[in-house]
Design a protein. Sequence first.
Length: 97
Amino acid sequence: MEVARKEISRQRFRAFLNGFLLGSGTSLILYSSYFFWIVSWLVYTKVDWNPMFVSTFISSIGVTFIILSLFMEIFQRKRNFEKKLKSIYCRTFSLGG
């Protein structure tokens, strides 16, 4: 019983880690595209800009996308859990599905 709990815990951690890495990779791509967009805009407009402000702004965008990806992972898990519950309920009461 204890071994099964540990295995379930490992599987949950792996699923979380995979979702987090996927979300982080997506965030990194978006983060880098925003970085190049902002730098090119600043170069194009020739604004006397503060690098600290730009780096803080870009970092906040990256952190926002990472947090959003975590929430998306949580909601996806909830949806999958609800589907499993519905399937078990239907099989239990012979409703099909």
